[in-house]
Design a protein around this ligand. Structure first.
Ligand code: GCB
Length: 894
């Protein structure tokens, strides 16, 4: 933050009131936020002159043009040019000042025009940048016009080239007009404030503090300029100060005398000092001032004992974070973004991997103030381009990132490549591939040496994927000071138990290099639940099992310094199909930040204060099929706690008292029809109740007479070809309907649709089903079914059959993360024609699903029917060509 002398501020206020610019526009940091712009897409124009005056719409920055098209059924999203324009506020009052347009970020190539003249360009979507604009301003005229051309096209010279996240286009972070004095701290090439501090040596007894940077002197008359730095404690009391002169090229370097008994910064006590650095004129008046916050902490990584903070072993545990939010793309208001850090803190986490790119200042500031250690990285993901432009852009981004985030004490690691061997080029030409690998090695070396040179007081890191031997062979494991490993056994292949083995293997292979698990995670579609979860079924329950296994193996191994769940929240990845197309569901929170049960698991595992939470996250409408003559359905209910035992009563009836194991206890609850009030109590080892919680579940019981299921909702929905329960956005519960099992009703014939070569982790298809958001229901199917029978009471009903042809899926982009199945599975088109009879009358005659709907597309057939006493509803599927299929059925009582 910048502050000027009282005189200067007073001058500005006066000038503002004279010029008519509302004084409220001048923020305390002498910036004006420029939020209201006009926008239009124009892929042809290269200059403001080419643009027509029509077709502009008003937008608020942060803004992205991809908030909608990343979610539709059409593959791809607009990756081209967007134009922004704005009339600057009246600037007459700023004549003689240095004016800058500062962008916190825009994706990904930017060109700025002021009053028709090209001012400058910036490359890279995730770092801040500034342009000096006063030379282009007409101070005698109140109308100064700015045009910004933003392009998010694929550019082989700019990282990221490919990644499992969406490259939302637009000015998606804040823009400010900054008013600076002629002589000021400066870092024009790298978008930082130009003042940096280092804590070169810290112990509990003393701390060494050094300040350095550069100034821009446009007004030489100010005379011999000096620099003064003051360190204040949290009560704003002066602790120490230092005065110095400018050196070569207007740079400066100041060293404080050792600070004795410094108060240390830690996640538990994020104590910060304030550092004011001032540019003084020859009379000692302040020309410019930059404020930073100083956290004194010392740390090191040890290959055997992991991370140590302020002299003590300290397990780093937390998450990675993407910056997008449901409906907003990457254009997320800063306050909403900062809320993520509160989720992390309240989870008991102490670390944020700022992945896969630098994020907004407000995020870093929140990490400092809340006490969350961080690593920050540039978006060099999956692959590189062997061009000097790509190298230069990567190096420049790394330097921007380091300089812009230098003064955040939470940062302990600078990273620069993520899974860079995930998409190895030249697979068909091995000698050429070796050359490519060497180019990657060389770039990694350059980035690492640059980082060590710019910041000798932090660690460097590369994050690799599970191909341990390959990274080691290429030499990438020996470049950075730390290795990060993104490990997914039990998700992409293997079993959950393989995680521990992999950790031991890495340690044995590289016993002298400290390492962390920079990613691990499993998809949890918040709508999907399973009581017999299996890998890749996308159920929340499988993800809970997965995270439990990983937590245990991580905490058992002191040599693993840290582990960061992938990801804090679900996020957009346009190219993904999945049960929720375009979304990566590995979040502990949903895309709009509602906790899943996995989040509660972490709270129970990590929080220090007593914790109790009934695992009803987004799953308060349950249901199930009762066996003949039974009036209740027993289903598991998981309750999370860090206490000794949990006691549960349901509708006033004691269910059980259970001992907590692996952060939870699982109760068998007999659910009947309707509302269930759940009361849980957590007990400490002495048997004292330390926490209580009340919650509720509504249960839709499907009884053998079909009286209950219509009671509250008037409808019942069954999904075929799967064991999972799906609660959709309209609160419709899809209950799995399996083959008859001694019941007098249900499904006869056929089998679950399965993808070829997928092995046991195989629930339905992995393709987007067009025309519906109910993909998980349409993605599964009963193939070759013969009959459905429901013993419905006499009455009128509406029957809806839900179909989607799952065979014949076109080739889709393979998911390289899926190491066991990196190639998308193509299923051969199955022609099928069949008849469907409804209570003996022919309903669908020669029904040809592909003809009526095509493939991978949701299709409904609707009929009304009157049933009579003891008749029920019978649907017969009669095969003509191929196998009849059905994905789901809904029955509404009319
Ligand atoms: C990874 C990548 C990350 C992906 C993640 C996943 O290893 O680093 O960008 O999103 O896996 O979910 O597959």
């Amino acid at each position: 933050m910048r502050y000027y002398t009282i005189f200067f501020v007073a001058f500005l206020i006066l000038a503002f009131s004279k010029s008519g610019i509302g004084q409220q526009q001048l923020q305390a940091d002498n910036r004006i936020t420029l939020a209201n712009w006009l926008f239009k897409k124009d892929s042809l124009a290269t200059d403001p002159q080419d643009l027509s005056t029509t077709g502009w719409s008003a937008v608020t920055v942060p803004h992205s043009w991809n908030t909608q098209d990343v979610m539709d059924d059409v593959p791809g999203y607009y990756r081209n040019k967007g134009w922004y324009k704005l009339q600057l506020p009246n600037l007459t009052a700023y004549k003689g000042k240095n004016l800058r347009l500062h962008f916190d970020g825009a994706n990904q190539e930017v060109q700025l025009f002021v009053n028709g003249k090209a001012v400058g360009t910036h490359v890279g979507g995730y770092t801040a940048f500034s342009f000096i604009i006063d030379p282009y301003i007409d101070f005698s005229n109140s109308a100064n016009e700015v045009f910004v051309l933003v392009n998010n096209r694929f550019n082989p010279d700019i990282p990221p080239l490919t990644a499992d996240f969406t490259f939302f286009g637009g000015i998606y972070r804040n823009v400010y007009l900054e008013v600076l004095p002629k002589n000021h701290f400066s870092d024009p090439l790298f978008g930082s404030k130009g003042v940096f501090y280092q804590t070169t040596e810290v112990t509990a007894e003393k701390a060494q503090l050094r300040v350095f940077g550069r100034v821009q002197l446009q007004d030489k008359k100010a005379g011999a300029v000096r620099i003064k730095s003051r360190l204040l404690d949290s009560n704003q009391k002066l602790v120490a100060e230092v005065l110095g002169k400018l050196g070569a090229q207007d740079s400066f370097k100041l060293s404080f005398k050792p600070i004795t008994n410094p108060k240390l910064w830690s996640p538990e006590n994020p104590y910060r000092y304030t550092l004011e650095t001032m540019l003084l004129d020859k009379n000692g008046a302040i020309l410019d001032k930059v404020i930073a916050h100083v956290g004194f902490r010392y740390f090191h990584f040890d290959p055997k004992t992991g991370f140590h903070l302020n002299g003590k072993p300290y397990k780093l545990i937390g998450v990675s974070r993407h910056q997008d939010f449901k409906g907003l793309g990457n254009a997320v208001p800063y306050d909403l973004q900062v809320q993520d850090l509160h989720f992390l803190k309240d989870m008991g986490g102490n670390f944020l991997r700022v992945a896969h790119y630098p994020q907004i200042p407000a995020i870093m500031e929140a990490c400092d103030s809340l006490g969350i250690l961080t690593s920050v990285e540039i978006p060099l993901v999956n692959e590189i381009t062997e061009s000097s432009a790509f190298t230069q852009h990567s190096l420049h981004m790394q330097e921007e990132m380091i300089r812009q985030n230098y003064n955040y004490c939470s940062v302990i690691i600078w990273a620069h490549m993520n899974e860079i061997l995930l998409r190895p080029k030249f697979n068909a030409d091995k000698p050429r591939q070796e050359v490519y690998f060497q180019s990657i090695y060389k770039l990694a070396k350059q980035l690492d040496s640059l980082t060590r040179r710019l910041d000798p007081y932090r660690y460097t890191m590369l994050a690799h994927h599970g191909a341990v031997e390959l990274y080691h062979r290429v030499g990438l494991t020996r470049i950075a000071m730390l290795n990060g490993w993104n490990l997914y056994p039990g998700w992409y292949g293997g079993t959950i138990a393989d995680f521990g083995k992999q950790l031991d293997h890495i340690h044995a292979m590289m016993p002298d290099i400290p390492f962390m698990v920079t990613e691990y995670g499993a998809d949890a579609d918040p709508r999907i639940h399973a009581f017999d979860p299996i890998r890749f079924d996308k159920s929340v329950e499988y993800a809970v099992l997965y995270h439990k296994g990983y937590l245990k193996d991580f905490f058992n191994r002191p040599f693993v310094a840290g582990a960061f769940a992938w990801n804090l929240s679900d996020f957009n990845s346009e190219t993904r199909a999945e049960s929720m197309p375009h979304i990566n569901n590995k979040g502990l929170l949903t895309w709009d930040r509602y906790p899943k049960n996995t989040y509660y698991l972490y709270q129970a595992a990590l929080k220090k204060e007593p914790f109790l939470q009934i695992g009803t996250a987004l799953w308060r409408h349950r249901g199930g099929i009762a066996a003949d003559n039974i009036t209740a359905v027993v289903q598991p209910l998981e309750i999370y706690s860090n206490q000794h035992q949990i006691e549960l009563t349901v509708n006033g009836k004691a269910i059980a008292t259970k001992t907590v194991q692996q952060h939870s206890a699982i109760f068998d609850v007999p659910f009947t029809s309707g509302l269930h009030i759940l009361k849980a109590a957590a007990l400490d080892v002495q048997g004292n109740v330390v926490r209580t919680q009340t919650d509720s579940i509504h249960f839709q019981l499907v009884d053998p007479n079909f009286v209950e299921p219509f009671k509250n909702t008037g409808a019942v929905h069954f999904s075929l070809g799967e064991n999972r329960y799906v609660l959709d956005a309209d609160k419709r519960l899809w209950i799995p309907l399996r083959q008859q099992q001694g019941q007098l009703w249900g499904l006869t014939g056929g089998k679950d649709f399965k993808l070829a070569n997928r092995g046991e982790a195989n629930v339905g298809t992995d393709r987007n089903i067009a025309g519906t958001d109910l993909d998980p229901v349409y993605q599964t199917q009963q193939v070759g079914l013969e009959e459905l029978f429901f013993p419905l009471p006499e009455g009128r009903y509406k029957v809806v059959l839900h179909f989607a042809e799952l065979s014949g899926a076109k080739e889709k982009e393979a998911l390289p993360y899926d190491l066991e199945n990196p190639n998308a599975v193509v299923t051969q088109l199955q022609n099928r024609v069949f008849n469907v009879y409804l209570n003996h009358s022919l309903w669908l005659n020669d029904f040809d699903l592909i003809k009526v709907a095509g493939t991978q597309k949701a299709h409904e057939e609707v009929a009304e029917v009157q049933t009579y006493k003891n008749q029920g509803l019978r649907l017969k599927f009669e095969k003509i060509i191929g196998d009849p299929v059905l994905n789901a059925i809904s029955i509404y009582k009319l």
